[in-house]
Write a protein that binds this ligand. Structure first.
Ligand code: HEM
Length: 163
């Protein structure tokens, strides 16, 4: 990974990102706006599963309104995040916090996709009996913790980068 980071940092596109002052702040701004959108959408559904908000709206309606937003915005996060890496490869690619963030992201994606699939195939899936309600709240709690972990790890990269 050291060799690859060195090679990536020497490419023309990396050099352009490094030397054009507005590119990194612009990518960071887009990244953080997308973080806000994805985080809000996921957390709103999780809080609805806990019945802490929008109790008068059925869960399938809340899920249908917010979850589909997550996928295209994740794509923008992937593009902006990848360009940030191209601009400063060592900062992330040689940093275990970055890999922690990616691992948490895989868990968050699996949970969100699972939630979306179960609700769209069977609208009262998480409300059928007590066991399902408890399982739903457990999944929602894990989802909240994992999304918060991604935010924390995303910020933490700056403080744990290789020298
Ligand atoms: C989809 C793939 C993603 C990639 C490749 C990626 C990559 C990156 C990179 C390279 C940085 C800059 C870190 C630094 O140099 O300090 C960053 C920052 C950050 N990312 Fe991501 N990211 C992705 C998705 C996400 C998601 C889904 C979230 C949260 C929902 C997220 C939250 C953050 C946060 C909070 C920061 C710190 C921003 C700042 O301090 O300005 N990222 N990300």
């Amino acid at each position: 990974m050291n060799e690859f980071s060195r090679w990536l940092a020497a490419t023309e596109v990396s050099h352009t990102i490094q030397t054009t002052t507005w590119i990194i702040p612009t990518l960071q701004t887009i990244h953080i706006l997308c973080v806000a959108a994805v985080f809000s959408a996921a957390i709103l559904v999780d809080l609805r599963i806990w019945r802490l908000l929008e109790r008068d709206q059925p869960l399938p309606e809340i899920a249908r309104r917010f979850l589909p937003t997550i996928w295209p915005v994740l794509l923008i996060l992937l593009v902006t995040g990848s360009l940030l890496i191209v601009g400063e490869p060592r900062r992330s690619l040689l940093n275990s916090t970055f890999y922690l963030k990616m691992a948490l992201l895989v868990v968050a994606i699996a949970l969100t996709a699972g939630l979306q699939r179960t609700i769209s195939s069977s609208p009262n899936f998480w409300d059928r009996d007590l066991a399902r309600r408890v399982a739903g709240r457990f999944a929602a709690t894990v989802s909240i913790l994992v999304w918060c972990g991604i935010l924390f790890a995303g910020r933490w990269i700056a403080y744990t980068q290789a020298g």
